[in-house]
Design a protein around this ligand. Structure first.
Ligand code: UD1
Ligand code: CA
Length: 459
């Protein structure tokens, strides 16, 4: 690889074929914007100056990760206009690599190979090609009698393209190395086609001015796949997903049903964890060792400790410590913080609450804005009445407390350490440590009621 390497990444296209309000290069592949994959490949290949060409105001500039500079494309349409917008970022005496922000599986290995070929051949321009993809919609390579690259024919619109050119299988991947000065000189002279200045228009001009063009052909289909439509995106997603899962499997995670798992590239999972059927893991999620996740669980931006089991559950923006049991059918919402060995059972929702180590909320409950002490047992059907006009108040249930079934806790309220509450209570006053709180009306029995009803109906 060259001592200093500038990589330009074109990311200012309109992406109209996506039919989306979101700029094309921000569409996620395994949770990560396409453009970020390309930037990462450039950095992996050792680039020390990575410049993304973006369209002012469309949001791509704001989404650039660290390590990428921005060059706004303010004038002209087309890939050629994009490169001209980055002229000031490039030393005219250097080699510059050009990538497309919509080819997300661009590989750093191929970039290195491309630059090596460019240097070995002392070429003016070197481009990456493949014959392994359906060429529909790509630029096709026209080679001369001597086998050298002459020009590229765009086949986005195929009308007017001669049949012998449409029969060409070799396509332009959109990944190039150039001598910078020759690139910009040629670009200045490229004429517009359909209102766009095509980067691919430089090749005949480079040859005309005495330059040479080399090509590096690859069979790495995934690294060649450009995304122009949602169908292309789905095809790339499938490959990227398989790679993310294979890498996790390699590090010791079992996927019982890999084709039904959806796992973002950012997710971390410890060894000896089993991911069962129908699991979705998204965002900044981390899962420890020896866990059982699923079947059917969705976990978004959550941290899960070692040895925890999560069945049929939805977790978002929350923390679960080690050896806990969640579900089946639990919903952990933001700021739920579940302690070691705790159990959150069936049809239980927890929000902004701390559930202590070894505590249990086994059935049919809503726990919001609460602090539940260690080893406490919350009876089935508990509801924290946390909301009073505009204010949220906290419910505290002390350690080792045992609350009866079907309790309402009218916050702010505290059930003391080791205290009990009676079944069916509406607890609105604090219960002291070790006491029993009962708050329900007394039962009355009407003797002989059935007989009276029968007599009454006989009249
Ligand atoms: C381009 C190539 C084609 C190649 C294909 C590979 C041209 C003229 N054609 O076609 O030969 O086979 O890529 O995937 O280059 N962009 C800008 N500014 C613009 C227009 C586009 O930055 O004004 C960016 C886009 O965001 C995209 C990239 O350039 O990341 C390619 O643009 P796109 O319109 O998708 O080109 P293709 O038709 O795919
Ligand atoms: Ca494209």
């Amino acid at each position: 690889m060259a001592d200093s390497l500038t990589v330009l990444i074109m990311a200012a296209g309109q992406g109209t074929r996506m039919k989306s309000a979101l700029p094309k290069v921000l569409h996620p592949v395994c949770g990560r914007p396409m453009l970020h994959w390309v930037i990462a490949a450039a950095l992996d290949a050792g680039a020390d100056n990575v410049v993304a060409i973006t369209r002012p105001g469309d949001g791509v500039e704001d989404a650039l990760p660290e390590g990428a500079a921005n060059a706004p494309q303010t004038e002209g349409e087309g890939t050629g206009s994009a490169i001209l917008a980055a002229r000031d970022h490039v030393d005219p005496d250097s080699t510059v690599v050009v990538l497309s922000g919509d080819v997300p599986l661009t590989s750093s290995r191929l970039l290195s190979e491309l630059v090596a070929k460019h240097e070995d051949e002392q070429a003016t321009a070197t481009l990456l090609t493949t014959e392994e993809l359906d060429p529909t919609g790509y630029g096709r390579i026209v080679r001369g009698d001597d086998g050298g690259v002459e020009r590229i024919v765009e086949t986005k619109h195929t009308e007017g393209v001669p049949a012998d050119e449409l029969a060409l299988r070799e396509i332009n991947i959109g990944t190039y190395a150039f001598r910078a000065r020759a690139l910009f000189d040629a670009l200045d002279a490229v004429e517009e086609t359909n209102g766009e200045r095509y980067l691919t228009g430089v090749f005949p001009l480079i040859l005309k001015s005495g330059g040479s063009i080399a090509a590096h052909s690859t069979t790495d289909v995934s690294a060649a796949m450009g995304v122009n439509t949602r169908a292309d995106l789905a095809a790339v997603q499938e490959i990227a997903q398989r790679r993310v899962i294979d890498a996790l499997a390699e590090s010791g995670v079992t996927f019982e049903s890999p084709t039904t798992a959806s796992v973002d590239a950012s997710v971390q999972i410890g060894p000896d964890t089993t991911v069962a059927n129908g699991v979705t893991l998204k965002g900044e999620t981390t899962i420890g060792e020896g866990c059982t996740i699923g079947p059917q669980a969705t976990i978004v931006d959550a941290d899960v400790g070692d040895g925890t089991t999560i069945l049929h559950a939805y977790l978002t923006d929350c923390t679960v410590a080690a050896n806990a049991t969640i579900g089946p059918f639990a919903y952990l919402r933001p700021e739920a913080n579940i302690g070691d060995g705790a159990k959150i059972g069936t049809f239980v929702e927890v929000k902004k609450s701390n559930v202590g180590a070894g505590a249990k909320v086994p059935h049919l409950s809503y726990i919001g804005d609460a602090d539940i002490g260690e080893r406490a047992n919350v009876g089935g059907g508990a509801i924290t009445a946390n909301y009073h006009r505009k204010v949220k108040n906290r419910t505290v249930i002390g350690k080792d407390a045992k609350t009866g079934v079907h309790n309402s806790f009218v916050a702010p309220v505290r059930v003391g350490d080791g205290a009990y509450t009676g079944a069916g209570s509406v607890i609105s006053d604090d219960v002291p440590d070790g006491a029993l709180g009962i708050a329900r009306s007394e039962q009355k029995n009407v003797e002989g009621y059935a007989e009276k009803v029968e007599e009454g109906s006989g009249q």
